[in-house]
Ligand binder design. Structure first.
Ligand code: THU
Length: 132
């Protein structure tokens, strides 16, 4: 898979972010093993704790449409008016959601743009997961 393409999709999804409280806009693009891609953005709320991250939006969209098998997710995040994005590592809750559906070698693509990114595995960024 072209991870640059996945980063581009995450950057496009970031444009849909609803982040009036933090002004921090995030987009994610989730690649399923069947080749389909689900995107998501963060969706905030006046009750701050009700916010949903871009990564979970993408996962929940995919899972709610019957997808259960995933290969990679790209994340693009930064302040609303940022000229250059910086890598945006997933929060702890999103890592736990990834753990629910993905194998340890699931790929997380973090970067500044479609030409400047790094690859991580889920186990690298979430080394001691909780599971039942
Ligand atoms: N956020 C994400 O959507 N994904 C991340 O990986 C980190 C944080 C969102 C949550 C909140 O809307 C805003 O960024 C600031 O934390």
């Amino acid at each position: 898979m072209d991870y640059g393409y996945l980063m581009e999709e995450a950057m496009k999804a970031r444009k849909m972010a609803y982040a009036p409280y933090s002004q921090f806009q995030v987009g994610a693009a989730l690649l399923c093993t069947d080749g389909s891609v689900y995107t998501g953005c963060n969706v905030e709320n006046a009750s701050y704790g009700a916010a949903n991250c871009a990564e979970r939006t993408a996962f929940f969209k995919a899972v709610s449409e019957g997808k259960r098998s995933f290969r990679a997710i790209a994340v693009a995040g930064g302040k609303k008016d940022a000229v250059d994005l910086e890598p945006c590592p997933p929060c702890g809750i999103c890592r736990q959601v990834m753990e629910e559906f993905c194998s340890p070698d699931f790929v997380i693509v973090l970067g500044k743009n479609e030409a400047d990114y790094q690859l991580y595995t889920l186990r690298e960024i979430f080394p001691l997961p909780f599971g039942e």
